[in-house]
Design a protein around this ligand. Sequence first.
Ligand code: S3P
Length: 184
Amino acid sequence: MKKYNNHKNIVLIGMSGVGKTTIGKYIAEKNNMEFMDTDDIIVSNNNNSIDNIFETYGEGYFRDLEREVTEDISNNKGMVISTGGGVVLDKQNIYNLKKNGIVFLLSATIDNIFDNMKSSYKRDDKRPLLKDSSDLKQSLKKLYEDRKQLYFSSADYIVDVDNRKVSQIGDEIVSIFDNLYPCD
Ligand code: S3P
């Protein structure tokens, strides 16, 4: 039985490297919910990596795909939705996600995000905005400064992820959600 079948979606936003996918999967598994990741859907719909999409068609094209996918999955209910770090760049995305969803911002310091990403970002094929950076920490700082206001204004709830276990973070999100929408 799906516990949150007719409930709103749990939507996770935040910078690359804060753990949206890992935490989203944890919540979905523990609560028998379906998990969706906007980046994964873009990759599978286009049979192409995010890196290649950026390189071949440009960022604007990727944002168009992101907008279409976000609009589409926002019609679902009772799902855990993990989004790409740039989803907040378009107000329409947040408007769509909020239609059936509660938006949780996963918030971390740049130092912690840097630690999470520093060993893998060069090999990554889904973060073209950071991959070619000669100074990852600086690039993360710049991206965060540019988007900080959008992240905070888009969020219904802000959840601190620094130095906390995936289970602690995931359970906190579910407990907020449970209080809003108690299960029968
Ligand atoms: C992006 C973040 C990526 C991916 C794309 C653009 C961004 O997702 O959507 O590379 O603009 O910050 P993650 O947040 O999962 O890294």
